[in-house]
Design a protein around this ligand. Structure first.
Ligand code: 13P
Ligand code: SF4
Length: 308
């Protein structure tokens, strides 16, 4: 089958199985083209909450599908590739955070959404990269423990200097591998371009950028700017999506190494096979007990309340 024929078959299977396909923006173009909803992790969480379909097929990484299940517990939620996980989401465990909470009970625990449900259950509020600054500002607490990404946490601290934010050493192995040299080299090659980066990058890189923000923040900035050239400091697929969406502008990757292998595990055939698997019971379903869902839901609801 050609890609086009596979996509047509996917569209037919979506209808037959009453499935909504949610696609994170880091996925490849052929998957984005068959999506019902595309976006960053905050947008997709809100979408999952409001979906009508019986089933949700998530093309992204495990914690995102888990978040969709927590927000839409009556739906069956499937992950298109069962091996796609986010290494950052596994970096801290609930026992460590519970211990810190016991030592400093007046410190509210803010968890990046890139965490497991088990960890979310011991946190006070979740944030995504697009909502972190707004949510931390809106919180009543002045003392915060921000986990697991110390780069995003540092970015929040810079934007909310009035709060005392404690950080632990964690982060995204993909974004934090970008160096100041990478940025300087990209600027040398494209001196007219604005530099847009994700706040998961190290502080020295973020400080040199013209704009730092979430995936959707970067895309919106590039679309709305009068500038015609941009160096993109986030997952490389965003360069491709922007080239499609803004054909009159030029986009360059800050570094060829910003590739999330986990996000890239999902292929168009995984989407097709998962939809067939929903029909015959072989798709990878996110299964959580009612207790797990209600324990982890509080901090996600709080994210939507404060970030909406
Ligand atoms: P967004 O919140 O920008 O979607 O980021 C998710 C992510 O995993 C970035 O690496
Ligand atoms: Fe996780 Fe980084 Fe991949 Fe995002 S880019 S899913 S934070 S490993």
């Amino acid at each position: 089958m050609t890609i086009r024929e596979i996509q047509d078959e996917i569209i037919r299977l979506k209808k037959n199985t009453n499935t909504a396909v949610l696609v994170h923006s880091y996925q490849n173009r052929d998957i984005v083209e068959v999506a019902d909803y595309v976006g960053d992790s905050y947008k997709l969480s809100v979408d999952a909450k409001n979906i009508d379909a019986d089933n949700i097929l998530f093309c992204g990484v495990h914690f995102m599908a888990e978040t969709a299940k927590i927000l839409a517990p009556s739906k069956r939620v499937f992950l298109a590739n069962r091996l796609a996980g986010c290494p950052m989401a596994e970096q801290m465990d609930a026992e460590l955070i519970s211990r810190i909470k016991a030592e400093e009970p007046d410190r509210a625990v803010v968890a990046y959404v890139n965490t497991t449900a088990k960890l979310k259950a011991v946190c006070d509020v979740c944030v995504t990269s697009s909502s972190a600054v707004k949510i931390v500002k809106a919180m009543e607490n002045d003392k915060i423990l921000f986990i697991p990404d110390c780069n995003l946490g540092g970015f929040v601290q810079k934007n909310v200097p009035e709060k005392d934010i404690k950080l632990l050493h964690g982060g995204c192995p993909v974004h934090s591998a970008v160096t100041v040299d990478d940025l300087m080299n990209a600027k040398k090659l494209h001196p007219e371009a604005l530099v847009l980066v994700h706040p998961e990058c190290i502080p020295d890189v973020t400080a040199m950028a013209d704009y730092a923000g979430s995936t959707s923040g970067i895309m919106d900035f590039a679309k709305n700017s009068d500038c015609k050239e941009f160096i993109i400091g986030t997952e490389i697929s965003i360069v491709e999506h922007l080239m499609f969406e803004c054909p009159d502008k030029k986009f360059y990757p800050l570094s060829q190494k910003i590739v999330c292998r986990d996000m890239k595990l999902t292929s168009i055939m995984d989407v097709y096979n998962s939809l067939k698997g929903i029909e015959n019971g072989e798709a990878f379903e996110i299964v959580m007990s009612d207790e797990e869902i209600s324990a982890s839901r509080k901090c996600i609801d709080e994210m939507i309340r404060l970030g909406g």
